[in-house]
Ligand binder design. Structure first.
Ligand code: CP
Ligand code: NVA
Length: 327
C-alpha cells in the first residue's frame, strides 16, 4: 500500500504515477462505500481549514461534504475573514493554522501562497486552485475517465482552449504522469510555458505518454477519446475578455469539433461553463459581444457525450481520498 501521510498536494508534479493511481483507486472505493451507506469516518476528530480568496461551488462543497462524511470539522475562511497576506504574513498564518488544524486547503491567486503555506504549516496543505495549478480537479477528471473508459494509460486526450491556464497546466502534468496521448489545442499565443512542457516531456519519457502542443484543431482532436475545455477567461483575468473572445472563437467545442473525435468520445469541463444565457455574465457577454455561447455550445454541453456532472460529483470523492490518504 502507499503511505501518503503528511504529504502536501500542491501539484501532481510531486506525485508518481503509482501514487496518482492509488488516489484514484481510493476515491473509487470511498465512492462505492458511500453509495452502499458505509461511513468509515476515517477523519474522526480532525479539523480542516478551508482558505478561499476566490469563489467556489465545487471545491468548497467537496471539501466540506468529504470532511463531514469522514467525521472531520471543516472551517471556511473566506476572503475578508482572515488577515492572510494583508496584516499577517503567509508564513505566520500558516504557523498559527498548523497549531490548530490537521490540514489546510487553499484556493487563491498566487501559487507562491500555497507553497508558502506548505513550507510553514507543519500539516498537509492542499491546493484547491491557484493561477498555476488545480490538481484536485485532475484527480476527479481521471476518475471520471476511468469510470467511462476503463483505463487511463493510452487515452487520447485533447484539451482545447486557453492552453496556459491552471487547467491546461495541470492536465498536461497529470496526463504525462499517467501515460496519456495528450494534446493541447490552442492559439500559439496561449501555448503553455516551455519550461512546463519540458517537465511534462520528462514525465512522458517515464510513462510512455506523448505530449503534443498544436494550434490545429483538425490535428489535435482527430479520433480522440476525450475533448476537454475550460473557460476562456479564468478568475482574476477579466481584463483579457475581449482579446480572448476573438482569439478563442475558433476553438469553441461544438458539434463539428465533436464529430472529428472518436464516435464514443466524451466531453469534459471542470465547470463553471459558459454555454447558454442562464447567467448574468452570460447575458452581459451576449449584449457586449453578440455571442451566445463561449467555450462550448449548449448542444455539446447537454449532449449524451457530456460527463461534466460526473466530474463535479467526483470532486467530492477524490478530495475525500486526498484527505484520507494524507491525514
Ligand atoms: N471546478 C471547480 O473548481 O469549480 P469551483 O470553482 O466551483 O470550485
Ligand atoms: N481556469 C478556471 C478554472 C475554474 C475551476 C479558473 O481559474 O477560473
Amino acid at each position: 500500500a502507499f503511505n501518503l501521510k503528511g504529504r502536501h498536494l500542491l501539484s501532481l508534479e510531486d506525485y508518481s504515477k503509482k501514487e496518482i493511481e492509488y488516489l484514484i483507486d481510493l476515491a473509487s472505493e470511498l465512492k462505492r462505500q458511500k453509495y452502499a451507506g458505509i461511513r468509515p469516518r476515517n477523519l474522526e476528530g480532525k479539523n480542516i481549514a478551508l482558505i478561499f480568496e476566490k469563489p467556489s461551488t465545487r471545491t468548497r462543497c467537496a471539501f466540506v461534504v468529504a470532511a463531514v462524511d469522514e467525521g472531520a470539522h471543516p472551517e471556511y475562511l473566506g476572503k475578508g475573514d482572515i488577515q492572510l497576506g494583508k496584516k499577517e504574513s503567509v508564513a505566520d498564518t500558516a504557523k498559527v493554522l498548523g497549531r490548530m488544524f490537521d490540514g489546510i486547503q487553499f484556493r487563491g491567486f498566487k501559487h507562491e501562497t500555497v507553497v508558502g503555506l506548505a513550507e510553514n504549516a507543519g500539516v498537509p496543505v492542499w491546493n484547491g486552485l491557484t493561477d498555476k495549478f488545480h490538481p484536485t480537479q485532475i484527480l476527479a477528471d481521471f476518475l471520471t475517465i476511468f469510470e467511462h473508459k476503463g483505463y487511463l494509460k493510452g487515452i487520447k486526450f485533447a484539451y482545447v482552449g486557453d492552453g496556459r491556464n491552471n487547467m491546461a497546466n495541470s492536465l498536461m502534468i497529470g496526463a504525462a504522469k499517467v501515460g496519456m496521448d495528450f494534446r493541447i489545442v490552442s492559439p500559439a499565443s496561449l501555448f503553455p510555458e516551455d519550461a512546463l512542457v519540458a517537465k511534462a516531456l520528462d514525465f512522458a519519457e517515464e510513462s510512455g505518454a506523448s505530449i503534443t502542443v498544436t494550434d490545429s484543431v483538425d490535428e489535435g482532436v482527430e479520433d480522440v477519446d476525450v475533448i476537454y475545455t475550460d473557460v476562456w477567461v479564468s478568475m482574476g483575468e477579466e481584463e483579457h475578455f475581449e482579446e480572448r473572445i476573438s482569439l478563442l472563437q475558433p476553438y469553441q467545442v461544438n458539434k463539428d469539433m465533436m464529430d472529428k473525435a472518436h464516435p464514443e468520445a466524451i466531453f469534459m469541463h471542470c465547470l463553471p461553463a459558459f454555454h447558454d444565457q442562464e447567467t448574468i455574465v452570460g447575458r452581459e457577454i451576449k449584449e457586449k459581444h453578440g455571442i451566445e455561447e463561449m467555450e462550448v455550445t449548449d448542444e455539446v454541453f447537454s449532449s449524451k457525450q457530456s460527463v461534466v456532472f460526473d466530474e463535479a460529483e467526483n470532486r467530492m470523492h477524490t478530495i475525500k481520498a486526498v484527505m484520507v490518504a494524507t491525514l
